[in-house]
Design a protein around this ligand. Structure first.
Ligand code: SF4
Length: 694
């Protein structure tokens, strides 16, 4: 036992949980962490931190860590411990065998938003150069891919526009489909400080989140939207802004594409988009919509912060575009206190997207079909790249079930637990001939794996993470990797085993390659990160010290583009058989599927997923507080303990997804965003019935 205060030295690094990206000092005694202290000079957190970053790092030394590579020929065989060389050679030979038998595109890879930029870069490079296919995707597919698409279409860059500090200049804040108090606590603290100073608050959420009515804070408007109707609600807000002449005409005239604006103005002004007309669909009274629209348009600096309650819908991309439309129409872009700000769930969602982990885009969001961009990478990497987009994650599953996708390299992502419709994912994985899982633990996905490569934690490697405000921060090795290798070294050696040599002595050399090939990163280096503490991209000759606020004088695409946001009802509608709508979220002390937080030795982390149900719906079903209830959907059924609360509205139930035993994704369906295939986790039509025991 190491007592607090015994630290011999401290190393500054970055939290590996949420997209706030807090800086920490790891206080060390030898190879042991004594404690994690929020770094007062951290530019994202300024000395603040939440319970996860501060206390939930014990998983790095948990007994469940697998430290030796393992292989097995069939998933019913026992695992066999082998050397690194044997495991990597076996994986490489299996991938090559599959490519010879089924074709070049029968293999692919999934990168993780928890790994560093440098590791993600190497995985997509391995897939594109060594496998010579574009079948690479990221777990951001299932969270913020609509942000990338929607913001690129409207503002021209797939990223948020501000710094977190910017909220201190906001007069009106819209929080939509996010619960910062649980998901992004350090940002929530800053937001609350601004609200206590008098900024006004509009919450758009089906559930009464803590911000709606917390000590000293009361939202001016809570638009308690029915799950699946975000687009209709935002278009109604736009209707008020247009028809009540609240548009920032000088901004729109100077900064935005006039043809797209006129089409949009005509569209949103139609009577069917009025708050009165859409109230029945959205469940939000018209007078609340009118009041919120007036406040956002006339209340001063207006900022929107949004989360997965916006993106994880069949109209996720449309909703992101609707937010950008509102910001442009009201002139809330390009200065402190305004903007469109996605709250990224994981530490490196932004970075994993920036690094080209999408099947259609090379790093820096440049389309794979662009021959000029492709040739830059071909010269640098010494290969001919494929010009056609590869498979997205859900398409990989479909191809596996059809027999044309047989080999998967999966780094740092538990797709069985994370992706929707668990039974479908499991069937697809069971159909593949070689799955290589690289992770800290034998997770649910590893049950279907043939090769297990032990991964390294954030404390055991060097690299960078990019947070939700595009801030690139250093991750520093505070202890030697317990498994013997950092993840970037494993990918590099797998490439070598595949006959595609990669040579890097340190992740700084990978960052140098990223900077050479990615215009928005061309001014980034480890030396500069040491000097500056962190850098917000774009960081290049035009902005050598980075870019805290984007689109100041003009949009990346020149003129901002308004997009038509026609509401299309979700397939997931309440029916007689499935009359309730299930939506999901997080609690403060847990993180995603809980692989890390559940392995934290502290009773505060011993909780369970529960089902929140409105008193009226509970009474209709004879359910009492604490009863076990079965939750059935078109996809499957799970059992949860009922919590009766009016935080949820009648007709809506809510749960979290942190525990494999409750398996929320057993019930989520295959519905997904029309543009990006981001799953519609936030709306599932279900029935709830009282059951005796799970
Ligand atoms: Fe880590 Fe996010 Fe908490 Fe900061 S707010 S300590 S980044 S989990």
């Amino acid at each position: 036992v190491i007592e607090l205060g015994q630290a011999e030295h401290a190393i500054v690094t970055t939290c590996a949980y949420c997209g706030v990206g807090c800086g920490f000092k790891a206080e060390m005694k030898g190879q042991t962490v004594v404690r994690m202290t929020p770094w007062k000079d951290g530019q994202a957190n300024r000395g603040h931190a939440c319970v996860k970053g501060r206390f939930a790092w014990g998983y790095t030394t948990h007994k469940d860590r697998v430290l030796t590579p393992m292989i097995r020929q069939r998933i019913t065989d026992p695992w066999q411990e082998v050397s690194w060389d044997e495991a990597l050679q076996y994986a490489a030979s299996e991938f090559r065998r599959i490519q010879q038998k089924y074709g070049r595109d029968a293999v692919g890879g999934i990168t993780s938003s928890r790994c560093t930029n440098e590791e993600t870069w190497l995985v997509q490079k391995l897939i594109r150069a060594a496998f010579n296919t574009n079948n690479v995707d990221t777990c951001a597919r299932v969270c913020h891919s609509p942000t990338g698409y929607g913001l690129k279409q409207t503002l021209g860059e797939s990223a948020g526009t501000q710094t977190f500090d910017s909220v201190m200049f906001s007069d009106v804040v819209i929080v939509m489909g996010a619960n910062p108090s649980s998901g992004h606590p350090v940002f929530a603290s800053r937001l609350k400080r601004r609200l206590r100073q008098g900024a006004r608050l509009i919450v758009i959420d089906p559930r009464r989140i803590e911000l709606v009515n917390s000590p000293h804070i009361k939202a001016d408007f809570h638009l308690q939207v029915r799950p699946g109707t975000n687009t209709a609600l935002l278009t109604a807000l736009a209707h008020v802004i247009v028809t009540e002449q609240l548009v920032a005409e000088p901004f729109v005239a100077e900064r935005c594409d006039p043809a797209s604006f006129e089409q949009w103005r005509e569209f949103v002004a139609r009577p069917e988009n009025s708050p009165e007309h859409t109230a029945e669909t959205t469940g939000v009274p018209a007078e609340l919509v009118r009041g919120a629209a007036r406040l956002y348009a006339t209340g001063g600096n207006g900022a929107v912060y949004y989360g997965l309650g916006v993106t994880e819908h069949s109209q996720g991309s449309t909703t992101v575009m609707a937010i950008a439309n509102l910001a442009m129409a009201t002139g809330n872009i390009g200065r402190e206190g305004v903007g469109v700000n996605p709250l990224r769930g994981q530490n490196n969602v932004q970075g994993s997207c920036d690094m080209g982990s999408f099947p259609h885009e090379l790093p820096g969001y440049r389309h794979i079909s662009d021959p000029v961009v492709r040739s830059q990478f071909e010269q640098a990497w010494g290969v001919t790249l494929q010009p056609e987009p590869g498979l997205r994650i859900p398409n990989m599953f479909e191809a596996a079930l059809e027999g044309s996708f047989m080999g998967l390299y999966c780094q740092g992502e538990d797709i069985v637990q994370s992706d929707p419709n668990t039974q479908h994912v499991a069937a697809a994985l069971a159909a593949m001939e070689c799955i290589v899982v690289q992770d800290l633990f034998l997770n649910e996905t590893a049950k279907y794996a043939h090769v297990f490569l032990p991964g390294s934690s954030f404390l055991e490697k060097d690299g960078t993470f990019t947070n939700a405000e595009r801030r690139i921060s250093r991750v520093r090795k505070v202890m030697e990797p317990r498994n013997g290798k950092a993840d970037w070294e494993i990918t590099m050696e797998l490439a070598q085993a595949l006959g595609y040599p990669m040579h890097y002595d340190h992740p700084s050399q990978i960052m140098d390659e990223i900077a050479r090939l990615t215009p928005t990163f061309s001014g980034v280096s480890y030396d500069k990160l040491e000097r500056m503490g962190s850098l917000q991209w774009p960081c290049n000759d035009d902005a050598p010290e980075g870019t805290p606020i984007m689109h100041i004088d003009q949009f990346v695409i020149g003129k901002g583009r308004f997009m038509i946001t026609q509401y299309v009802p979700s397939d997931e509608r309440s029916t007689r058989k499935f009359p309730l709508l299930l939506t999901t979220g997080r609690i403060l002390s847990q993180y995603n599927v809980g692989a890390q937080t559940r392995r934290t030795p502290n009773v505060a982390w011993h909780s369970e997923d529960v089902l929140e149900i409105h008193p009226q719906d509970a009474e209709d079903r004879g359910v009492a507080h604490g009863d076990w209830v079965g939750v059935q959907s078109r996809s499957g059924e799970t059992v949860l303990r009922a919590v009766i609360t009016d935080r949820v509205q009648p007709g809506v139930v809510y749960t979290t997804f942190h525990f494999p035993e409750s398996g929320a994704n057993v019930v989520t369906t295959d519905s997904s965003d029309w543009a990006t295939n981001c799953p519609e986790y936030k709306v599932t039509a279900v029935q709830v019935t009282r059951v005796s025991q799970p």
